[in-house]
Design a protein around this ligand. Sequence first.
Ligand code: ADP
Length: 607
Amino acid sequence: SGESKKKKADLKRLIKLAIPEYPLISLGLVMLLISNSIQGIIPYIFGYVIDLAVKNQTLCQEISSGVINVTGPVPHCSLWLMSREVLVLVGLFLVVSVASMFRAICFTLAGERFVARIRKNLFAAILRQEMGFFDTNRTGELTNRLASDTAVIQSAVTENVSILARYSLQLIISIGVMFWINARLTAVLLSVFPLISIAAVYYGRKLKDLRKKYQDKLALASSTAEESISNIRTVRAFTNEMKLMTSYNEDIERSYSLGKVISFLIGGFSGVVFILIYNALCLILWYGGYLVYHQKLSSGELTALMLYTLTLAMSFAFISNVYGEFMQAVGASIRIFELMDRIPLIQDGALVRPSFEGEILFKNVYFTYPSRPDEPVLKGVNFSVRPGEMVALVGPSGGGKSTIVNLIEHFYDLTDGNILISGLNVKDLDPSWYRRHIGIVNQEPVLFATTIKDNIAFGKENATQEEIEAAALQANAHDFIMSFEENYKTLVGERGVRLSGGQKQRVAIARALLLNPKILLLDEATSALDAESEFLVQEAIDRAMIGRTVLVIAHRLSTVRNASKVLVLNEGFIVEEGTHDELLSFDGIYKKLVLHQLTAGEGEGQR
Ligand code: ADP
């Protein structure tokens, strides 16, 4: 069927991905060959030693009872010969142990290298995706893929490949030696095995299905846990712990009930395997004993055959287990390959220019978010911001102001129309070039769980301490940073939780200023800061605007008064455009917004 063909293709690709580990894997295979060939003949040597002991016993009895006359030392009666054989065994075991050690090291190391490479590639593939992708994919699911799906693959390409090679070889060697010792007995024994094979294949399939379902349920629980923990402040504030616990417990219960079935299945199968193994041993003992009695088989040979039967059974059990795990790995790899192969829906341009003037021009822009295809957000927007000009964007919440900022950053492709930056279409520009000329400060700035210094230098890796401090000074952040014991090396905590709202904002402004951007995109904070903090943030912003092209989502009256132009955005259209005074004289949305201090109901800008 098509599905199994696809699975085979994925398995092939998985194996191909392991090719760089070829030297380690080959060395591992050589070690495997050495240890397994020796292990394969050890039961035979066991049998040989036993036969030697039995022979010795009869010989010595006959000498001492005078049946045979010997002169000089009696070599077979001494322990010497036995000791020699046992010493050989000890030597062989030593070789086996050393070879096994290297085999294990090679395969495990190859696995670690393999999974590290896959994880790096996968992470790169995730980061490459367009913004719309992240609107529809849950963070928890993506990180889960990176962590757990890759781990499943790792065990498949290392442990399982090694187990498969080891026990297949053991199976072949055992059967070969057994046939060599006694073909008829071996044939009788092997007649039982088709039965086990059928049971094993059925079991492998069933287990694979159950395991997959189990993983899915577990992933669900993980997403719930991740969301709760990363939003613990909101959870606690709304005393929602019990509810989330209940929901997590329900998810876990679901995976547990599958886990229960899996336990019974695994237990049941191992029971069946044991019954078959012991019966096979009894069969060998019964028929072999009969052959020994009729002197068609030595007791040492019988012992060797019993040991081989045990090896055979064990190899079989391992191989049947590996089948299930391979299938699980293929399942996991399908999801990983999908992600790795995904071509981002936005293709980045490559255009670079020596200079950047910082003019913004929207020409008849239509836009709809890909995750919400039947709700157009911008419906023919036209405006321009000339170099060095400060333009304010106002309008009721949900009107599309943040969307305009997203589009200037080329986070999304337009449905229709064009956005020109310095006269060039954004979709033709090399994003790593033009985004460096755009500074952005969000309403609720996001910081990373590292030092203040690294947060400021986020967009410019090789920034010097002087540059960082200069940016912090401009952003009114230097003083509070120096007041910390570890000043610029202070850790801000996850998403900056250890800083106050105003401090976070000033660090974010410093981060934007460090790039010395030609264009500044600002979203003024609506959340209330204390008066002093508010003043420091505003002073920093006002200073940052000087000499730059600025588009600001304004929530303050002072900002719109200073703007050379105010754009009023409502339901996807620019409904009014002009200076503050011009728009006030016109009895429209702007006047209403001003009466409500620009953001309705939030009481801002009254100072
Ligand atoms: P504003 O900034 O003026 O408050 P936005 O630009 O944030 O408005 O939102 C405009 C519209 O786009 C809203 O209806 C909002 O629900 C929708 N929207 C915003 N971001 C997304 C997104 N990532 N995916 C889908 N729809 C979005």
